[in-house]
Design a protein around this ligand. Structure first.
Ligand SMILES: NC(=O)c1ccc[n+]([C@@H]2O[C@H](COP(=O)([O-])OP(=O)(O)OC[C@H]3O[C@@H](n4cnc5c(N)ncnc54)[C@H](OP(=O)(O)O)[C@@H]3O)[C@@H](O)[C@H]2O)c1
Length: 233
């Protein structure tokens, strides 16, 4: 049976790696980078022309989401899994006085509002899917319980909002068979994570996939990290 996965923020990092792994497993993938020109996605498109579709999507722009979803609707009859992976981490934003309204707004648009709007726009296709996985790639930095060091206001606040969105999605859609998850990938070697991160990209992305694909209905609304560890909201 054809299984279709949509991945946002697919141009680099964990998003592009999830696309690669699923394609190597023989599945169909719609990778949504914000802009064209990702060499990694070009290589995937060349290697898997029938099963990989690149569809541009800026998750902070409703018109872009609408265009992308119309494109996806023309290519597939259903979507089984959505990975809302696109993320924005403002650098140099330590203290309260460094906080700008623009940066805070951009973080919320990308990390919280975007994932909700993408989920809503894809819902008709997701309802036709068999697996019904809604994976929001969040961060432990969005955990209120785990916040022992402060700083990074925009990123923390926006990921906390995303975590709340997961709970709401779980309540609203769980009875339809959806499994909504907040997934913390760990500290991973990507543009965002940097080279000091302990987790290599490949294994960390495999682990994100494993957690989402193995999830059971009783995990609907859970906040999970590497090893499937339940994390505190
Ligand atoms: N790496 C870590 O240690 C770590 C830890 C915890 C959570 N995470 C989360 O993991 C997810 C993936 O991050 P990553 O580590 O793979 O970082 P990354 O390599 O920087 O990838 C982030 C991706 O999101 C895209 N993006 C940003 N804004 C977007 C928008 N408005 N619309 C569409 N795409 C957009 C970026 O595109 P551009 O290249 O065009 O900007 C980039 O491709 C993020 O949600 C992040 O918060 C990462």
């Amino acid at each position: 049976m054809k299984v279709v996965t949509v991945v946002t923020g697919a141009g680099a990092g964990i998003g592009s790696e999830i696309c690669r792994i699923l394609l190597e497993r023989g599945e169909t993938v719609i990778g949504c980078p914000r802009r064209p020109g990702s060499e990694k996605l070009s290589a995937l498109a060349a290697a898997h022309p029938d099963r990989f579709h690149e569809v541009l999507m800026d998750v902070s722009d409703d018109a872009s989401i609408e265009r992308a979803v119309a494109d996806i609707e023309g290519r597939v009859d259903q979507v089984d899994r959505l990975f809302n992976n696109a993320g924005y981490y403002p650098k140099n934003e330590g203290s309260l006085t460094a906080l700008s309204r623009d940066t805070l707004g951009k973080a919320f648009q990308t990390n919280a509002i975007g994932p909700l709007k993408v989920t809503a726009a894809l819902l008709p296709l997701l309802r036709k899917g068999n697996e019904k996985r809604l994976a929001q790639i969040t961060s432990l930095m969005g955990s209120i319980t785990d916040n022992t060091s402060g700083r990074s206001y925009s990123y923390r606040l926006s990921k906390t909002a995303l975590n709340m969105a997961v709970k709401n999605l779980a309540h609203e859609l769980g009875h339809e068979g959806f499994i909504a998850l907040a997934i913390h990938p760990g500290w991973v070697q990507t543009n965002m994570g940097g080279s000091m991160a302990p987790l290599p990209l490949g294994p960390a992305s495999e682990e994100v996939l494993r957690i989402v694909l193995d999830a059971t209905p009783d995990q609907n609304g859970a906040f999970l990290g590497p090893g499937g560890k339940v994390l505190p909201f």
